[in-house]
Design a protein around this ligand. Structure first.
Ligand code: OGA
Ligand code: NI
Length: 307
């Protein structure tokens, strides 16, 4: 099997289809933790509208984006002018009334901030439609995960019925000239959460997954697909049985155009207790965690590693 296999979800509504898909997903999660999905059921019309809306936002005059500028990581609007890209983020909890946001317990403080939406209401409507479709697809992938892990199919349902997911749009700037080979669009990293469903602008590659030291595998850019990968929280949950793998973004040879990618980070309920299914490598000292405690742990360990 390919390191990043293509998994066709069209038979996911029949029991034998689900079993076969779950087996492929399980194999991918044990090796790379990455796969792409096709025939996933998310309407092309919605994905196209999401792309157009998001592209329109990033290419709008500066004054129009101004109000969502420079809010810092983890808060609704996020831009890093001067770097290779800028980004805009929204949290599903970000439109809750203030009291409900503040009651999110150990949830990171910056995530309790309200979303800052662009003035044009069609942007927010489209993003909400897309978030709904991503949450439905993610919930079904979690059910397939449960099958792959020999759990009851609904094992994860109650852990995500009030999910606190985060959606991010990355806008990698067009480059006047092809960049040097070692110039990255995005530094190597792992995702910290449970499940990521990533939209990448059709035909524009650049995402690479680390198979072994200095061995980067290109994730195929397949029109109308999504890239799915698991993050460190899912690796922790499975006690290290599944892999959360280092990835990065390069500029493919000769490519200079801008590139939009939209990861949807599907994150469990803020109060769901996550307990490793077997002794875990990372975070074994933590025992059981909530998603908020997990992100605090990631911030602490990343900060300590860097200092
Ligand atoms: C991310 C990420 C990949 C991409 O945002 O975590 O890995 O293709 N993005 O932009
Ligand atoms: Ni990532």
């Amino acid at each position: 099997m390919d390191f990043v296999p293509v998994i066709d979800l069209s038979e996911r509504h029949t029991a034998p289809g689900r079993a076969a898909i779950a087996a492929s997903i399980g194999a991918a999660c044990e090796s790379s933790g990455f796969f792409t999905v096709v025939n996933h059921g998310v309407p092309a019309e919605l994905v196209d509208r999401m792309y157009r809306t998001t592209n329109g936002f990033f290419t709008a005059p500066e004054e129009e984006k101004e109000h969502s500028a420079n809010r810092g990581v983890g808060v609704a609007g996020l831009r890093r002018p001067g770097g290779p890209y800028e980004a805009y983020a929204a949290h599903v909890t970000g439109d809750l009334p203030q009291e409900e946001r503040e009651a999110l317990g150990s949830y990171p403080a910056t995530w309790k901030a309200p979303n800052i939406w662009p003035a044009d209401p069609t942007f927010r409507d489209t993003w909400y439609d897309y978030i709904g479709a991503m949450a439905d697809l993610s919930a079904d992938i979690m059910r397939l995960f449960a099958l792959a892990l020999d759990l009851d199919e609904d094992f994860f349902d109650t852990k995500f019925d009030n999910h606190v997911s985060l959606i991010l749009a990355n806008y990698y700037y067009a480059q006047a000239t092809a960049p040097a080979e070692d110039e990255l669009r995005r530094e190597r990293h792992t995702d910290w959460g449970s499940l990521t469903v990533l939209y990448v602008e059709d035909d524009l590659g650049g995402l690479q997954v680390l198979r072994a030291e200095d061995d980067w595998v290109d994730v195929p850019a397949i029109p109308r697909s999504f890239v799915v990968n698991i993050g460190d929280l899912m690796a922790f949950w499975t006690g290290g049985r599944w892999a959360s793998t280092v990835h990065r973004v390069v500029t493919p040879d000769g490519e200079t155009s801008s590139r939009i990618s939209i990861p949807f980070f599907y994150l469990p309920n803020h109060d769901a207790a996550i307990e490793p299914m077997q002794a875990s490598a990372e975070g074994s000292e933590l025992g059981e965690v909530t998603v908020g405690q997990w992100f605090s742990h990631k911030m602490r360990s990343t900060y300590q590693a860097a200092s």
